[in-house]
Design a protein around this ligand. Structure first.
Ligand SMILES: Cc1ncc(COP(=O)(O)O)c(C=O)c1O
Length: 352
């Protein structure tokens, strides 16, 4: 309930609603695009051997070892890297650092719903740009005066990806403002724009350890961009919380990067399960949007999404539905293990 002590701006603020995390036994949880597999065994080993006595000290405020590991992994310099507490925090700092401009920022009308929350929080004007009928982002439509541009590639919740050539074209025609490419799902098959950050100083890429690296619980996100962009993010960070990542998160992230073989193998497994699930859903009469992520965005030809979601929930399978225009007949289904997806298909077969 609102009260007189609140800052005025909070009264009309509509916060982001995260996907629920119910504590139900035997739940098949396909609603928040988490990784169904554990992180690299390197992480388990590290945590088991961690010296608990170290926890009495503050962590490295700059996450230097992790920054270096990420710089090496992405073939960039350490001053191209900014690290935050989940990519949500990195994005929040980026909105604060770059998007409080006179002109409105541009973003797809259907995308990650946190973007509009940051706009409201920081008093940023935004102009939504409609996706194409098939849910593809059409970057040619973004070549208008703006205070900045943000889109997710692949996009969420649609799962569709656009190619690098399109992004490069946008960077060239939009040199007066910053373009943020949110690559939360890029490892599942899309092309990353990280190389473009070395060529264009108006390109900032944001990635996360929450999806492909199975470390959502540790909250690790980062940005890659020109050192001047990174400096702006550092200024915001150091005016907010100098120690965004705890010691366990920093060390676990490095351990994850060091096990590239496990990383690639688990991505391959998830992509193979995605292909199988897509085929099964299509044969059950679903329209499936082509996905380069660890989820599928689907609508059934004759049964409303909400009815399917309700049925699945009774069977202890939870998927995500967005009550928003244009997408309210779609469900977003995260890719679980092969066994979980088989159970999903079995239940849908029984229902349909
Ligand atoms: C497109 C997109 N960006 C960013 C995030 C935030 O990820 P995190 O804060 O876990 O790094 C998500 C999470 O679902 C997402 O879907």
């Amino acid at each position: 309930m609102k009260c007189k002590y609140w800052s005025k701006q909070l009264f009309d603020l509509v916060p982001y609603t995260p996907g629920e995390q119910p504590k139900i036994n035997d739940l098949i949880k396909l609603n928040t695009n988490e990784n169904p597999y554990p992180p690299s065994p390197n992480v388990a080993q590290l945590l088991q051997q961690f010296n608990i006595g170290d926890l009495s000290r503050y962590p490295d405020p700059n996450s230097a070892l992790l920054s270096q590991a990420l710089a090496t992994y992405h073939d960039v310099e350490i001053d191209n890297i900014f690290i935050g507490n989940g990519s949500d925090e990195v994005l929040a700092h980026a909105f604060m650092a770059f998007f409080r401009q006179d002109k409105p920022i541009l973003m797809p009308d259907i995308s990650y719903s946190f973007y509009t929350v940051y706009c409201d929080l920081y008093d940023i004007q935004a102009t939504p740009i409609a996706l194409k009928e098939d849910f593809e982002i059409q970057l040619a439509d973004y070549a208008t005066p703006n205070g900045g541009i943000i889109f997710a590639n692949p996009n969420a919740p649609t799962g569709r990806a656009i190619c690098l050539a399109e992004i490069e074209k946008l960077l060239q025609v939009n040199q007066d403002s910053l373009v943020i490419v949110d690559e939360a799902y890029v490892d599942f098959g899309a092309q990353s724009a990280t190389a473009l950050t070395q060529k264009y100083d108006n390109c900032l890429v944001v990635q996360t350890f929450s999806k492909s690296r199975a470390l959502a619980g540790l909250r690790i996100g980062y940005a890659i961009g020109h050192p001047r962009l990174i400096e702006a993010l550092e200024r915001v960070k150091n005016s907010f919380n100098s120690y965004p990542l705890d010691m366990l998160a920093q060390a676990s992230a490095v351990a994850s990067i060091e096990d590239d073989e496990y990383f690639k193998r688990s991505l391959q497994t998830i992509c193979a399960t995605r292909a199988w699930t897509e085929q099964q859903l299509t044969s059950l009469g679903f329209k499936v949007i082509p996905s380069k992520t660890n989820f599928l965005f689907v609508a059934h030809a004759s049964i409303p999404a909400i009815d399917i979601m309700t049925f699945l929930r009774e069977k202890k399978i939870i998927v995500r539905h967005f009550s928003k225009p244009k997408i309210d007949n779609y469900l977003r289904i995260s890719i679980g293990t092969e066994q979980q997806m088989q159970q999903l298909i079995n239940q849908l077969q029984a229902f349909l």
